[in-house]
Design a protein. Sequence first.
Length: 325
Amino acid sequence: MRSFLCGLLIIPSVVLPGASAQDKPDEMLNAVVGVSAKIQANARSAESLGLQRRGTGALVRPGYVVTIGYLVIEAETVQVSGADGRTLPATVAGYDHASGFALLKIVGSLVAKPLPLGDSKALAEREPAMAVSAAARDSPTLVYVVSRRPFSGSWEYLLDSAIFTYPPVMDWSGAPLIGAKGELLGIGSLIVPDAGAPGTQSPGNMFVPIDLLKPIIDDLVAKGRRNGPARPWLGINADEVRGRLFVGRVSPDGPAARAGLKSGDIVLAVGADEVTTLAEFYRRVWGRGAAGAEVPLKVLQGAQVRDLTVRSIDRVEYFRASTTY
């Protein structure tokens, strides 16, 4: 992997291999929009994400933009900026914690053609793509897929096959990943230190596969969320350290905090099932039923092992309702 990454240090062109001249038209880049959000002053996410957030999104249907959800959760106002320089108000039409996507509805119309949704599961390691941020719309970055693997986020978030790319793109939040056919393949979520493989020193970005949007986009448009019961959410941020799950933070007044969990605790088991990784932990919790289910935890607090029961909730209920335009 190291030799492969070193070979990518010089990026020859933003024209993708196998793409014709008309595959990189202005109309494709015009679908990339800027997203800015002013967040409610009393937002629960304000401490970790701030009150002013900026990033990128992609027009995927006439009047609808997909972006990464943390940019607009608990927003008071949202604005979308097009390639023509116009800025239009938008509403948060839908949000999905399981995937991390948010869908914005533009108030007005953009002079742009929506990006078609591609087949992200077919995007293999070593394949090229373009990462395009609104801040550098005219200078997209050629990136390469350096790994496809599961991703566990500390905020009760799990992807089965995230897309990891190199070189790192600094304006990653909500940036579309566009394939050689001009199709949308992913949305930027994070910058990571180990894109090539866990434990390596290979900085890059993690993109959420656009395949996760396809089965839920109609639900987001129609009612703001996916069909079906919501996953149980505890309000725990944890990290894997040498086979242990250390609680780094509990959401204030969230389910875990109310049950007595604290920063510094170690989660040992869900019910009778020992957990040593975030993926195991999440799957055990989600396997207890829908949001509202009681989740029995065995935790180490100081030198004492305690049994706690957390009554889960739907994560969306924890945050302040959006008051956008």
